[in-house]
Design a protein around this ligand. Sequence first.
Ligand code: NAP
Length: 322
Amino acid sequence: MKAMRVQEFGDPEVLRLEEVPTPRPGAGQMVVQMRAIGVNPVETYIRAGTYALKPALPYTPGNDGAGVVEQVGADVNEFKPGDRVYTAGSLSGTYAEFALCKTAQVHPLPANVSFAQGAAMGTPYATAYRGLFQRADAKPGETVLIHGASGGVGTAAVQLARARGLRVLGTAGSDEGRKLAREQGAHEVFDHRAPDQFEQIMKATSGRGIDVIVELLANVNLGKDLTILAKGGRVAIIGSRGRVEIDPRDTMQRDVDLRGMALPNTPPEELASIHAALVAGLENGTLRPVIGKEFPLTEAAQAHRAVMEPGALGKIVLVPNK
Ligand code: NAP
């Protein structure tokens, strides 16, 4: 089969098309034919060799994808060849025509959801769900700020929070991004490049403050985030690309909690619960992943560049044989 492989860490051009053996499933495993593959920022950090966890070289990147079950191993009763599924993790990497997965990494893809949309579930939707509900404990009736509401995780968080009955404020860096955030369910939108964004957001709460902030760029925003929280407010720190200065007094005055998260730390039973909720949301139509750009699998390097550019508008996916 064809796969995009990394032989050495470096810039996007290290992603090269190679012919590799098609995986075969062992007990408790399955092979999924990939129809769409999700591209996430973390895959660019890993490819560059700057991420804390480095895979052994050479490797095939990717955790997220959607497609059709090709083959199941012994002891797999949950799925059969031909089933539509999405993947949240993979043993062999998803930037390929086929991916080897453990059964627990595979979830049903309802008929009303496209493969490209399925490729948005494994990382962005699971992260948004965990950040909002398992880490920040966001509750119906509370006000949430999705700080970075135009990208893969942000659009997912807007849909999830809106469906759960929160008042949703979102930010984006472009008019198109703000339009998108509003279309996905944000009650009010703001420009995260505007110097007075925090004053505007505080005003939108009539001075009471925000209960939960889902923060996608903490190195830029965390210090100011702490000044617009309500008493007992929580910040789910999901994205950060550097250091930031905070005034600890801002947390003391409001009994504020900072709750960092990395999706791979999620205990298996909580992860299973996340995907049960996500599949239900896909089935009932409250979750509708937004696809920003599609690239052929062979153009993974361009997709890696695109996912790090400003002006996110939903999810970037790769399509084999496009
Ligand atoms: P993405 O699709 O590229 O979206 C990036 C988002 O960040 C866009 O909404 C972008 O808005 C926004 N942004 C840019 N400047 C900002 C600012 N000054 N303040 C607030 N937001 C700003 O990426 P993604 O997949 O959603 O991931 C977002 C971040 O979360 C990445 O850093 C990623 O590594 C991280 N992440 C972490 C976990 C975890 O387990 N902790 C899991 C998944 C992702 P505009 O483009 O409109 O400016």
